[in-house]
Design a protein around this ligand. Structure first.
Ligand code: SF4
Ligand code: SF4
Length: 402
């Protein structure tokens, strides 16, 4: 897995990753408890209506099955998790089962009492979405007036409880110029951050959110920013510790950003030692890879994880065997995601435009002369072939007419 934000795993983590990849153990699971939300972000890929969320008892059963399957890292996300009235019940069970617990939230509903309860329930990390340090920009994206102020007010409450906080800033047309402000804000508070360039279609395939995506040509200032490729200053010992896990960079707010040799020749961790569970109990290789492998209302987790044909097929994929990308000269600059390849190019194994454009831009910045992706090379070759065929056809037609 190559991401510019990836950090090397510690030796212990490396061994854990190697073992779980080898044995296909679900080390890390992302569980969305709801798609309902109290914000309406312009770029969001979710349908916020409740189409039959798992009940409390079903959620507890799911996390018990995950514990039996050997999951260690459990991330609860949404939608907005605090809209689940049974959140603490679920966290209590997760704590009893000794998971390493992370949360993703917009933090609008965090109060001093709730922050304290998160600590009591053993939550270790909280990732909070912040789109800008300018209220008008942030609130225009969330469509909730006053949301930035409320989100920022939550951060000290969580830090006071000893929780690790990380800011995640998805970058889109609306906040492209605000990224520096988010970086400065994070540094001032003393927490790590990630700028995420990924804007995906909606889960039902609706491409509306893509209108907010920044064209690669406009990303130059961000990609050239030297600050994004170095770890930020470490103002406190606690923050330094947090930053070992969360370096500051351009990356993905979805993936852990941890790189390991165990992933060598694999597209990523999805389906190997990580997966995603929707609020309706559907199991996917990743939140960004929309191929449901089974539903936990009908099958046990282990049956899906070890026997679903979708997951077995995914586990057989090797980067070195990808039809187009394996021949790509600028592959080392590419952050190809199999999920986006499926959503955007229609082929899990294929190349897709956005990844190629970003890789070419990065390679150019690194000094590669006229970088061209394998996909674009193929397209140019096809175009040339078509032109030659057209020319030959007109020559034949012309010669026949004399
Ligand atoms: S499918 Fe994409 S987002 Fe998911 S883990 Fe793989 S590379 Fe990351
Ligand atoms: S062809 Fe495109 S998607 Fe594939 S490795 Fe090259 S740059 Fe990445």
């Amino acid at each position: 897995m190559t991401t510019s934000a990836a950090v090397g795993a510690t030796p212990v983590m490396d061994r854990l990753i190697s073992r779980t990849v080898r044995k296909h153990q679900p080390l890390s699971v992302h569980f969305d408890l709801t798609y309902r939300c109290n914000e309406r972000c312009v770029h969001c890929y979710l349908d916020h209506d409740d189409h039959g969320e798992l009940s409390t008892a079903e959620c507890l059963a799911v996390i018990n099955e995950l514990a039996q399957a050997g999951t260690l890292f459990l991330t609860f996300s949404g939608g907005e998790i605090f809209l689940r009235p049974d959140l603490y019940e679920i966290l209590a069970e997760a704590r009893r089962l000794h998971f390493d617990i992370s949360l993703k939230t917009n933090a609008l509903l965090v109060t001093p009492e709730r922050a304290e309860r998160l600590r009591e329930f053993g939550v270790r990390r909280v990732q909070i979405s912040v789109y800008s340090d300018i209220p008008e920009v942030h609130d225009a994206i969330t469509k909730v007036p006053g949301s930035l102020q409320r989100t920022l007010a939550a951060i000290p409450l969580l830090l006071e409880q000893g929780l690790q906080v990380k800011l995640a800033c998805p970058l889109m047309r609306e906040n492209l110029l605000a990224y520096r402000g988010v970086m400065d804000l994070a540094e001032k508070i003393g927490v790590p951050y990630v700028l995420d360039l990924t804007i995906t279609p909606m889960m039902d395939g609706n491409e509306g959110p893509l209108a907010h995506r920044i064209p690669v040509s406009s990303l130059l200032p961000v990609m050239q920013d030297p600050k994004l490729h170095a770890c930020m200053p470490q103002p406190t010992a606690e923050a330094a510790l947090a930053m070992q896990e969360y370096p500051a960079a351009i990356g993905s707010a979805v993936s852990s950003g941890i790189d390991s040799e165990a992933y060598e020749d694999l597209p990523c961790s999805a389906g190997h030692n990580s997966c995603y569970i929707s609020p309706y109990g559907d199991v996917y290789p990743c939140v960004q890879l929309p191929q449901a492998a089974g539903n936990l209302r009908r099958k046990r987790f282990n049956d899906i994880w070890y026997h679903a044909p979708q997951l077995e097929r995914l586990r057989g994929v090797r980067e070195s065997q990808l039809p187009v990308c394996s021949r790509c000269e600028i592959r080392s600059y590419c952050e190809r995601c199999p999920g986006l390849a499926l959503m955007e190019g229609g082929d899990l194994l294929g190349a897709y435009e956005r990844a190629c454009e970003l890789a070419e831009q990065k390679a150019r910045l690194a000094g590669v002369t006229e970088p061209i992706s394998a996909l674009h090379k193929e397209q140019v070759a096809k175009l040339m072939q078509a032109t030659i065929e057209n020319d030959s056809a007109s020559v034949i037609a012309n010669s026949g007419s004399h």
